[in-house]
Design a protein around this ligand. Sequence first.
Ligand SMILES: [Zn+2]
Length: 408
Amino acid sequence: MPSFLSDLNNFVPLWFWATFAFIVGCCIGSFLNVVIYRLPNGGSVASPARSFCPSCKTTIAGYDNIPVLSFILLRGKCRKCGKTISWQYPLVEFLTGLLFVAAVYRFHIGWQLPAVLVFISALVALIFTDFNEQILPDAITLPGLAAAVLLRCVDHNLIGMNWLSLLVEGATMRRIPQTGIAGSLINTIAGAVIGGGSLWLIGVAYFRFRSFRIRTPADLADFLRNRCVLGTLARLKIVRGEESLAVFVVGGDLEQLTAEELAEADFHPPDGGSDELKMTVLSGLTVEGSEAGLTVTGAPEGVAYENGKLEVGDVIRSGNLEGMGLGDVKMMLFVGAFLGGGVTFLVLVTASLLGGLVAIPKVLTQGKQAMQTAIPFGVLLGIATLLAIFFGEFGLKTYFEFALKSIE
Ligand SMILES: [Zn+2]
Protein backbone atom coordinates (compact mmCIF):
# COMPACT_ATOMS: atom_id res chain seq x y z
CA MET A 1 0.00 0.00 0.00
CA PRO A 2 1.45 3.45 -0.87
CA SER A 3 2.65 5.19 2.28
CA PHE A 4 0.24 8.13 2.05
CA LEU A 5 -2.68 5.66 2.14
CA SER A 6 -1.39 3.90 5.25
CA ASP A 7 -0.85 7.35 6.78
CA LEU A 8 -4.49 8.12 6.09
CA ASN A 9 -5.49 4.85 7.77
CA ASN A 10 -3.24 5.56 10.76
CA PHE A 11 -4.13 9.17 11.47
CA VAL A 12 -7.78 9.40 10.49
CA PRO A 13 -9.98 7.05 12.51
CA LEU A 14 -12.07 4.53 10.59
CA TRP A 15 -15.35 5.81 12.06
CA PHE A 16 -14.69 9.14 10.35
CA TRP A 17 -14.31 7.42 6.97
CA ALA A 18 -17.40 5.33 7.72
CA THR A 19 -19.53 8.42 8.38
CA PHE A 20 -18.18 10.07 5.25
CA ALA A 21 -18.88 6.86 3.26
CA PHE A 22 -22.46 6.75 4.56
CA ILE A 23 -23.19 10.29 3.32
CA VAL A 24 -21.50 9.65 -0.05
CA GLY A 25 -23.34 6.30 -0.30
CA CYS A 26 -26.74 7.93 0.27
CA CYS A 27 -25.99 10.49 -2.47
CA ILE A 28 -24.83 7.75 -4.88
CA GLY A 29 -28.04 5.88 -3.95
CA SER A 30 -29.99 8.96 -5.01
CA PHE A 31 -28.26 8.82 -8.40
CA LEU A 32 -28.92 5.05 -8.60
CA ASN A 33 -32.64 5.79 -8.17
CA VAL A 34 -32.45 7.81 -11.39
CA VAL A 35 -30.67 4.92 -13.14
CA ILE A 36 -33.19 2.38 -11.82
CA TYR A 37 -36.16 4.49 -12.85
CA ARG A 38 -34.91 5.70 -16.24
CA LEU A 39 -32.76 2.93 -17.78
CA PRO A 40 -35.51 0.29 -18.25
CA ASN A 41 -37.90 2.96 -19.56
CA GLY A 42 -35.51 3.96 -22.32
CA GLY A 43 -34.80 7.36 -20.79
CA SER A 44 -31.43 9.06 -20.61
CA VAL A 45 -29.68 9.08 -17.25
CA ALA A 46 -28.07 12.44 -18.05
CA SER A 47 -31.09 14.43 -19.17
CA PRO A 48 -33.12 15.95 -17.74
CA ALA A 49 -30.37 16.68 -15.29
CA ARG A 50 -32.78 17.43 -12.43
CA SER A 51 -35.01 14.84 -10.77
CA PHE A 52 -38.73 15.16 -11.28
CA CYS A 53 -41.85 13.75 -9.61
CA PRO A 54 -43.03 10.68 -11.58
CA SER A 55 -46.71 11.67 -11.19
CA CYS A 56 -46.85 15.45 -11.72
CA LYS A 57 -43.47 15.83 -13.53
CA THR A 58 -42.58 18.87 -11.42
CA THR A 59 -38.83 19.34 -11.07
CA ILE A 60 -37.87 18.55 -7.49
CA ALA A 61 -36.22 21.43 -5.66
CA GLY A 62 -32.74 20.88 -4.22
CA TYR A 63 -33.99 21.14 -0.62
CA ASP A 64 -36.55 18.38 -1.30
CA ASN A 65 -33.96 16.10 -2.88
CA ILE A 66 -31.75 15.34 0.12
CA PRO A 67 -31.25 11.56 0.28
CA VAL A 68 -33.37 9.77 2.94
CA LEU A 69 -34.00 12.97 4.94
CA SER A 70 -36.34 14.61 2.41
CA PHE A 71 -38.51 11.50 2.29
CA ILE A 72 -38.93 11.62 6.08
CA LEU A 73 -39.53 15.39 6.18
CA LEU A 74 -42.09 15.24 3.36
CA ARG A 75 -43.69 12.17 5.00
CA GLY A 76 -43.31 10.28 1.73
CA LYS A 77 -45.43 12.68 -0.33
CA CYS A 78 -44.64 15.00 -3.27
CA ARG A 79 -44.69 18.64 -2.06
CA LYS A 80 -46.53 19.76 -5.21
CA CYS A 81 -49.14 17.09 -5.98
CA GLY A 82 -49.25 15.16 -2.69
CA LYS A 83 -48.88 11.78 -4.43
CA THR A 84 -47.14 9.11 -2.37
CA ILE A 85 -43.43 8.71 -3.20
CA SER A 86 -42.32 5.10 -3.48
CA TRP A 87 -40.59 3.70 -0.35
CA GLN A 88 -38.04 2.37 -2.77
CA TYR A 89 -36.31 5.76 -3.17
CA PRO A 90 -35.20 6.15 0.47
CA LEU A 91 -34.56 2.39 0.70
CA VAL A 92 -32.07 2.48 -2.20
CA GLU A 93 -30.36 5.55 -0.70
CA PHE A 94 -30.12 4.11 2.81
CA LEU A 95 -29.06 0.66 1.60
CA THR A 96 -26.29 2.11 -0.59
CA GLY A 97 -25.11 4.19 2.37
CA LEU A 98 -24.96 1.12 4.63
CA LEU A 99 -23.16 -0.97 2.01
CA PHE A 100 -20.55 1.80 1.55
CA VAL A 101 -19.94 1.80 5.33
CA ALA A 102 -19.58 -1.99 5.33
CA ALA A 103 -17.10 -1.71 2.43
CA VAL A 104 -14.95 0.78 4.36
CA TYR A 105 -14.75 -1.62 7.33
CA ARG A 106 -14.10 -4.64 5.11
CA PHE A 107 -11.56 -3.15 2.66
CA HIS A 108 -10.24 -0.12 4.58
CA ILE A 109 -8.98 2.97 2.77
CA GLY A 110 -6.99 1.81 -0.21
CA TRP A 111 -7.25 1.95 -3.91
CA GLN A 112 -9.37 -1.24 -4.03
CA LEU A 113 -12.14 0.60 -2.23
CA PRO A 114 -13.38 2.75 -5.15
CA ALA A 115 -13.53 -0.34 -7.40
CA VAL A 116 -15.60 -2.20 -4.79
CA LEU A 117 -17.90 0.80 -4.31
CA VAL A 118 -18.59 1.03 -8.05
CA PHE A 119 -19.24 -2.74 -8.12
CA ILE A 120 -21.68 -2.43 -5.18
CA SER A 121 -23.49 0.47 -6.89
CA ALA A 122 -23.89 -1.53 -10.11
CA LEU A 123 -25.34 -4.44 -8.11
CA VAL A 124 -27.87 -2.24 -6.30
CA ALA A 125 -29.03 -0.85 -9.67
CA LEU A 126 -29.30 -4.37 -11.16
CA ILE A 127 -31.24 -5.75 -8.17
CA PHE A 128 -33.86 -3.01 -8.35
CA THR A 129 -34.26 -2.83 -12.16
CA ASP A 130 -34.75 -6.61 -12.16
CA PHE A 131 -37.21 -6.42 -9.26
CA ASN A 132 -39.25 -3.62 -10.89
CA GLU A 133 -39.09 -4.45 -14.59
CA GLN A 134 -37.41 -7.86 -14.89
CA ILE A 135 -34.62 -6.17 -16.83
CA LEU A 136 -30.87 -6.38 -16.22
CA PRO A 137 -29.67 -3.56 -18.50
CA ASP A 138 -26.74 -4.26 -20.85
CA ALA A 139 -25.71 -0.66 -20.15
CA ILE A 140 -24.65 -1.87 -16.68
CA THR A 141 -23.52 -5.48 -17.19
CA LEU A 142 -21.38 -5.14 -20.35
CA PRO A 143 -19.24 -2.12 -19.33
CA GLY A 144 -19.05 -3.81 -15.91
CA LEU A 145 -17.61 -6.96 -17.50
CA ALA A 146 -14.98 -4.95 -19.42
CA ALA A 147 -14.07 -2.95 -16.30
CA ALA A 148 -13.78 -6.11 -14.18
CA VAL A 149 -11.34 -7.75 -16.63
CA LEU A 150 -9.22 -4.56 -16.83
CA LEU A 151 -9.22 -4.25 -13.07
CA ARG A 152 -8.03 -7.84 -12.64
CA CYS A 153 -5.12 -7.09 -15.02
CA VAL A 154 -4.05 -4.20 -12.80
CA ASP A 155 -4.92 -5.53 -9.33
CA HIS A 156 -3.89 -9.15 -9.10
CA ASN A 157 -5.39 -9.76 -5.67
CA LEU A 158 -8.82 -8.18 -5.97
CA ILE A 159 -11.26 -10.46 -4.14
CA GLY A 160 -11.27 -14.21 -3.69
CA MET A 161 -8.32 -16.54 -3.80
CA ASN A 162 -7.46 -18.36 -7.00
CA TRP A 163 -9.47 -21.46 -6.29
CA LEU A 164 -9.10 -23.01 -9.75
CA SER A 165 -5.29 -22.80 -9.91
CA LEU A 166 -5.13 -24.22 -6.39
CA LEU A 167 -7.31 -27.20 -7.30
CA VAL A 168 -5.65 -27.91 -10.65
CA GLU A 169 -2.20 -27.67 -9.06
CA GLY A 170 -3.30 -30.03 -6.30
CA ALA A 171 -4.67 -32.53 -8.80
CA THR A 172 -1.87 -32.44 -11.40
CA MET A 173 1.11 -31.62 -9.15
CA ARG A 174 2.21 -29.08 -11.73
CA ARG A 175 2.92 -25.46 -11.01
CA ILE A 176 -0.14 -23.41 -12.03
CA PRO A 177 0.04 -19.60 -11.77
CA GLN A 178 -1.85 -18.48 -8.68
CA THR A 179 -0.64 -14.94 -8.32
CA GLY A 180 0.49 -12.23 -10.65
CA ILE A 181 -1.32 -11.27 -13.81
CA ALA A 182 -1.59 -14.87 -15.08
CA GLY A 183 -3.16 -16.14 -11.87
CA SER A 184 -5.47 -13.14 -11.76
CA LEU A 185 -6.67 -13.67 -15.33
CA ILE A 186 -7.18 -17.41 -14.75
CA ASN A 187 -9.32 -16.48 -11.77
CA THR A 188 -11.33 -13.96 -13.82
CA ILE A 189 -11.96 -16.36 -16.68
CA ALA A 190 -12.91 -19.11 -14.22
CA GLY A 191 -15.39 -16.73 -12.58
CA ALA A 192 -16.99 -15.64 -15.85
CA VAL A 193 -17.27 -19.23 -17.12
CA ILE A 194 -18.63 -20.61 -13.84
CA GLY A 195 -21.07 -17.70 -13.43
CA GLY A 196 -22.25 -17.02 -16.98
CA GLY A 197 -21.72 -20.51 -18.38
CA SER A 198 -23.72 -22.36 -15.76
CA LEU A 199 -26.67 -19.98 -16.07
CA TRP A 200 -26.57 -20.31 -19.85
CA LEU A 201 -26.72 -24.11 -19.52
CA ILE A 202 -29.64 -23.89 -17.07
CA GLY A 203 -31.39 -21.54 -19.52
CA VAL A 204 -30.95 -23.99 -22.40
CA ALA A 205 -32.29 -26.85 -20.28
CA TYR A 206 -35.21 -24.73 -19.11
CA PHE A 207 -36.14 -23.88 -22.70
CA ARG A 208 -36.18 -27.56 -23.62
CA PHE A 209 -38.15 -28.88 -20.67
CA ARG A 210 -40.47 -26.18 -19.32
CA SER A 211 -43.78 -26.21 -21.14
CA PHE A 212 -46.92 -24.19 -20.39
CA ARG A 213 -50.36 -25.65 -21.13
CA ILE A 214 -52.49 -23.16 -23.07
CA ARG A 215 -56.27 -23.66 -23.11
CA THR A 216 -57.84 -20.24 -22.56
CA PRO A 217 -57.07 -16.72 -23.83
CA ALA A 218 -56.00 -15.91 -20.26
CA ASP A 219 -53.43 -18.74 -20.40
CA LEU A 220 -51.96 -17.27 -23.60
CA ALA A 221 -51.87 -13.73 -22.22
CA ASP A 222 -50.30 -14.96 -18.99
CA PHE A 223 -47.71 -16.96 -20.91
CA LEU A 224 -46.71 -14.09 -23.18
CA ARG A 225 -46.86 -11.28 -20.62
CA ASN A 226 -45.65 -12.90 -17.43
CA ARG A 227 -43.56 -15.88 -18.45
CA CYS A 228 -41.67 -14.42 -21.41
CA VAL A 229 -39.05 -11.74 -21.27
CA LEU A 230 -40.04 -8.85 -23.54
CA GLY A 231 -38.47 -9.19 -26.97
CA THR A 232 -37.19 -12.73 -26.51
CA LEU A 233 -38.50 -15.71 -28.41
CA ALA A 234 -41.11 -18.14 -27.25
CA ARG A 235 -42.19 -21.30 -29.02
CA LEU A 236 -45.90 -22.02 -29.49
CA LYS A 237 -46.83 -25.61 -30.26
CA ILE A 238 -49.78 -25.60 -32.66
CA VAL A 239 -51.88 -28.06 -34.61
CA ARG A 240 -52.63 -27.01 -38.20
CA GLY A 241 -54.90 -29.54 -39.91
CA GLU A 242 -53.15 -32.86 -39.39
CA GLU A 243 -49.75 -31.36 -38.72
CA SER A 244 -48.11 -30.44 -35.44
CA LEU A 245 -45.93 -27.38 -35.83
CA ALA A 246 -43.86 -25.08 -33.69
CA VAL A 247 -44.27 -21.37 -34.36
CA PHE A 248 -41.90 -18.85 -32.87
CA VAL A 249 -43.44 -15.73 -31.44
CA VAL A 250 -41.96 -12.68 -29.84
CA GLY A 251 -42.64 -12.85 -26.12
CA GLY A 252 -43.33 -10.18 -23.56
CA ASP A 253 -46.05 -7.58 -23.22
CA LEU A 254 -46.10 -6.43 -26.82
CA GLU A 255 -48.18 -3.38 -25.98
CA GLN A 256 -44.93 -1.91 -24.71
CA LEU A 257 -43.48 -1.94 -28.24
CA THR A 258 -44.51 0.20 -31.21
CA ALA A 259 -44.98 -1.32 -34.67
CA GLU A 260 -41.73 0.30 -35.84
CA GLU A 261 -39.81 -1.08 -32.89
CA LEU A 262 -41.18 -4.53 -33.65
CA ALA A 263 -40.22 -4.26 -37.34
CA GLU A 264 -36.71 -3.06 -36.49
CA ALA A 265 -36.08 -5.55 -33.72
CA ASP A 266 -33.50 -8.16 -34.56
CA PHE A 267 -34.81 -11.52 -33.43
CA HIS A 268 -32.76 -14.63 -33.95
CA PRO A 269 -34.66 -17.92 -34.20
CA PRO A 270 -32.70 -20.60 -32.28
CA ASP A 271 -32.93 -23.10 -35.12
CA GLY A 272 -32.50 -20.67 -37.99
CA GLY A 273 -33.55 -22.02 -41.34
CA SER A 274 -35.64 -25.01 -40.32
CA ASP A 275 -38.80 -25.20 -42.43
CA GLU A 276 -41.32 -25.82 -39.66
CA LEU A 277 -40.09 -22.91 -37.58
CA LYS A 278 -41.96 -19.73 -38.18
CA MET A 279 -42.04 -16.48 -36.38
CA THR A 280 -44.86 -14.13 -35.84
CA VAL A 281 -45.79 -11.13 -33.82
CA LEU A 282 -49.10 -11.46 -32.03
CA SER A 283 -50.57 -7.96 -32.21
CA GLY A 284 -54.12 -8.28 -33.54
CA LEU A 285 -54.52 -11.97 -32.71
CA THR A 286 -57.98 -13.19 -31.67
CA VAL A 287 -58.56 -16.64 -30.25
CA GLU A 288 -61.31 -18.86 -28.93
CA GLY A 289 -60.73 -21.35 -26.11
CA SER A 290 -61.74 -25.01 -26.04
CA GLU A 291 -60.56 -28.21 -24.33
CA ALA A 292 -58.43 -29.08 -27.36
CA GLY A 293 -56.60 -25.78 -27.24
CA LEU A 294 -56.96 -22.20 -28.44
CA THR A 295 -58.33 -21.84 -31.95
CA VAL A 296 -57.10 -18.81 -33.89
CA THR A 297 -60.15 -16.87 -35.17
CA GLY A 298 -58.35 -13.77 -36.39
CA ALA A 299 -54.85 -13.95 -37.83
CA PRO A 300 -52.41 -11.45 -36.40
CA GLU A 301 -51.35 -8.42 -38.34
CA GLY A 302 -47.91 -7.02 -37.96
CA VAL A 303 -44.63 -8.38 -39.08
CA ALA A 304 -44.18 -11.91 -40.36
CA TYR A 305 -40.71 -13.35 -40.16
CA GLU A 306 -39.23 -16.13 -42.26
CA ASN A 307 -41.92 -17.97 -44.16
CA GLY A 308 -45.08 -17.76 -42.14
CA LYS A 309 -47.13 -16.85 -39.12
CA LEU A 310 -50.18 -18.00 -37.19
CA GLU A 311 -53.17 -18.64 -39.44
CA VAL A 312 -56.93 -18.78 -38.87
CA GLY A 313 -57.84 -22.29 -37.75
CA ASP A 314 -54.53 -23.05 -36.05
CA VAL A 315 -54.99 -24.62 -32.62
CA ILE A 316 -52.48 -23.43 -30.01
CA ARG A 317 -51.66 -26.19 -27.49
CA SER A 318 -48.75 -25.08 -25.35
CA GLY A 319 -45.86 -22.67 -25.07
CA ASN A 320 -42.17 -23.09 -24.32
CA LEU A 321 -39.94 -20.37 -22.97
CA GLU A 322 -36.60 -19.28 -24.19
CA GLY A 323 -35.71 -19.85 -20.56
CA MET A 324 -34.26 -17.10 -18.49
CA GLY A 325 -33.34 -13.96 -20.36
CA LEU A 326 -29.73 -13.59 -21.39
CA GLY A 327 -29.65 -10.74 -18.88
CA ASP A 328 -28.89 -13.17 -16.05
CA VAL A 329 -26.07 -14.71 -18.07
CA LYS A 330 -24.49 -11.32 -18.80
CA MET A 331 -24.90 -10.27 -15.18
CA MET A 332 -23.05 -13.37 -13.98
CA LEU A 333 -20.28 -12.94 -16.59
CA PHE A 334 -19.74 -9.51 -15.03
CA VAL A 335 -20.02 -10.70 -11.41
CA GLY A 336 -17.86 -13.76 -12.11
CA ALA A 337 -15.09 -11.72 -13.73
CA PHE A 338 -15.03 -9.39 -10.74
CA LEU A 339 -15.21 -11.99 -7.97
CA GLY A 340 -13.18 -14.84 -9.50
CA GLY A 341 -14.11 -18.51 -9.74
CA GLY A 342 -14.36 -19.58 -6.11
CA VAL A 343 -16.52 -16.78 -4.78
CA THR A 344 -18.72 -16.92 -7.88
CA PHE A 345 -19.45 -20.56 -7.16
CA LEU A 346 -20.56 -19.52 -3.67
CA VAL A 347 -22.81 -16.84 -5.21
CA LEU A 348 -24.63 -19.42 -7.36
CA VAL A 349 -25.13 -21.76 -4.40
CA THR A 350 -26.32 -18.94 -2.12
CA ALA A 351 -28.73 -17.54 -4.73
CA SER A 352 -30.28 -20.98 -5.25
CA LEU A 353 -30.65 -21.45 -1.48
CA LEU A 354 -32.26 -18.00 -1.19
CA GLY A 355 -34.62 -18.93 -4.02
CA GLY A 356 -35.65 -22.04 -2.11
CA LEU A 357 -36.11 -20.11 1.13
CA VAL A 358 -38.37 -17.57 -0.61
CA ALA A 359 -40.31 -20.14 -2.61
CA ILE A 360 -41.07 -22.74 0.07
CA PRO A 361 -43.33 -20.64 2.37
CA LYS A 362 -45.06 -19.12 -0.68
CA VAL A 363 -45.80 -22.50 -2.22
CA LEU A 364 -47.00 -23.86 1.13
CA THR A 365 -49.46 -20.99 1.63
CA GLN A 366 -50.51 -20.22 -1.95
CA GLY A 367 -50.07 -23.56 -3.70
CA LYS A 368 -48.57 -24.07 -7.14
CA GLN A 369 -49.66 -20.62 -8.35
CA ALA A 370 -46.94 -19.05 -6.20
CA MET A 371 -44.17 -20.62 -8.30
CA GLN A 372 -45.19 -18.32 -11.13
CA THR A 373 -44.87 -15.13 -9.12
CA ALA A 374 -41.38 -15.93 -7.88
CA ILE A 375 -38.81 -13.20 -7.32
CA PRO A 376 -36.70 -12.61 -10.48
CA PHE A 377 -33.48 -14.64 -10.28
CA GLY A 378 -31.32 -11.55 -10.94
CA VAL A 379 -32.51 -10.11 -7.61
CA LEU A 380 -31.40 -13.24 -5.74
CA LEU A 381 -28.08 -13.33 -7.63
CA GLY A 382 -27.52 -9.67 -6.72
CA ILE A 383 -28.24 -10.23 -3.01
CA ALA A 384 -25.99 -13.33 -2.98
CA THR A 385 -23.21 -11.30 -4.66
CA LEU A 386 -23.45 -8.53 -2.06
CA LEU A 387 -23.14 -11.16 0.69
CA ALA A 388 -20.20 -12.74 -1.16
CA ILE A 389 -18.27 -9.44 -1.35
CA PHE A 390 -18.17 -9.32 2.45
CA PHE A 391 -18.22 -12.98 3.50
CA GLY A 392 -17.19 -14.92 0.37
CA GLU A 393 -13.47 -15.15 1.00
CA PHE A 394 -14.07 -16.09 4.64
CA GLY A 395 -16.50 -18.78 3.51
CA LEU A 396 -14.04 -20.20 0.97
CA LYS A 397 -11.14 -20.26 3.43
CA THR A 398 -13.28 -21.98 6.06
CA TYR A 399 -14.38 -24.53 3.50
CA PHE A 400 -10.85 -25.26 2.25
CA GLU A 401 -9.47 -25.53 5.78
CA PHE A 402 -12.26 -27.93 6.65
CA ALA A 403 -11.65 -29.95 3.45
CA LEU A 404 -7.87 -30.11 4.07
CA LYS A 405 -8.41 -31.23 7.67
CA SER A 406 -10.73 -34.02 6.65
CA ILE A 407 -8.16 -35.23 4.07
CA GLU A 408 -5.47 -35.37 6.77
ZN1 LIG B 1 -45.75 15.36 -7.77
